[in-house]
Design a protein around this ligand. Structure first.
Ligand code: BT5
Length: 268
């Protein structure tokens, strides 16, 4: 159950192009950067880069992503979409939630009590389990529009603390599948679930984005809540009303007006 191995991932893979090439590393700075190098060298669409740990894993705005060895999934998928796809981050969130739900809620696991509780999405890129952050998405484009890299980080077998555990700064706000279920999960199986689900959603998404937005709304616990959003160097307050077809958050402000926010940070 320990190591990430392409042979094991492929046993469970049912995709046609996502994961047709899989590159696995023990350690990289950031799988998104390694994926960019592959993209610039002209790799196939759907090529996947995975690392057991990252020394400079990152989130948005250069924030750090804790990526200890043996504990998480750090992977990046190289895409070459023919149209502008600003909602890919939201799509990857749907993919991650469904894969986690699937792997933790197989009927057999349900009987053994392995279900992960409430897996949900927080706008724009957080994957939460029982209200704590268990994963995140980082989508980056390559200049000249050559490719888009979708990075997915998930805390899988991260214990609460210790060598592979969270830093003091994160231990109260981050969680992992293992912390929430008490069981170790096979990372190879979860990676295959992610790639299978990714291909399925990506095809739907390229045809028609609204199905993805609808699913995102169903899986999110952001709507109807009173929230504060940091954006444009200000803090906006109000009720999260919906996301529009571009994936922007629509906030009903206290003065009744509707504010459209395309990038920001929510706090509940
Ligand atoms: C994210 O950024 O949530 C996107 C994370 C994407 C990570 C993947 S791993 C594969 C690929 N390669 C990369 O280098 N990155 C991607 P953001 O919304 O900016 O959240 C960052 C914040 O989450 C940090 O400032 C911390 O507060 C918190 N954080 C850091 N590491 C975490 C972890 N392992 N689990 C939960 N929260 C974490």
């Amino acid at each position: 159950m320990g190591k990430i191995e392409s042979q094991k991932i492929k046993e469970y893979l049912t995709t046609e192009f996502i994961g047709s090439e899989i590159h696995i590393f023990d350690k990289v700075e950031s799988t998104n950067d390694t994926a960019k190098e592959f993209a610039l060298n002209g790799c196939k669409e759907g090529t996947v880069v995975i690392a057991d740990s990252q020394s400079k894993g990152r989130g948005r705005l250069g924030r750090m992503w804790e990526s200890p060895s043996g504990a998480g999934i750090y992977l990046s998928i190289i895409l070459k979409p023919k149209k502008v796809v600003s909602q890919l981050t939201l799509m990857a969130g749907v993919v991650a939630v469904e894969a986690i739900q699937h792997i933790t809620c197989y009927e057999e696991n349900l009987r053994r009590g392995l279900c992960a509780g409430r897996v949900s999405l927080k706008w724009p890129n957080d994957i939460n389990i029982n209200g704590k952050k268990a994963g995140g998405i980082l989508t980056e484009g390559i200049s000249k529009g050559k490719a888009v890299i979708v990075g997915i980080g998930i805390n899988v077998n991260t214990p609460p603390r210790g060598g592979e555990g969270f830093s003091d700064e994160l231990k109260d706000k981050a969680t992992s599948i293992m912390i929430e279920t008490g069981k170790r999960v096979d990372r190879n199986l979860l990676i295959a679930e992610l790639l299978n689900s990714f291909e399925c959603w990506y095809e739907k998404f390229i045809e028609e984005g609204e199905t993805v937005m609808k699913r995102w709304r169903e899986l999110s616990d952001t709507f109807g809540r009173r929230i504060k959003v940091s954006a444009e160097n200000k803090v906006f307050e109000g009720v999260a009303e919906m996301i529009d077809s571009e994936g922007s958050l629509m906030l009903r402000q206290n003065n009744g007006s509707l504010k459209r926010i395309s990038a920001g940070e929510i706090c509940y």
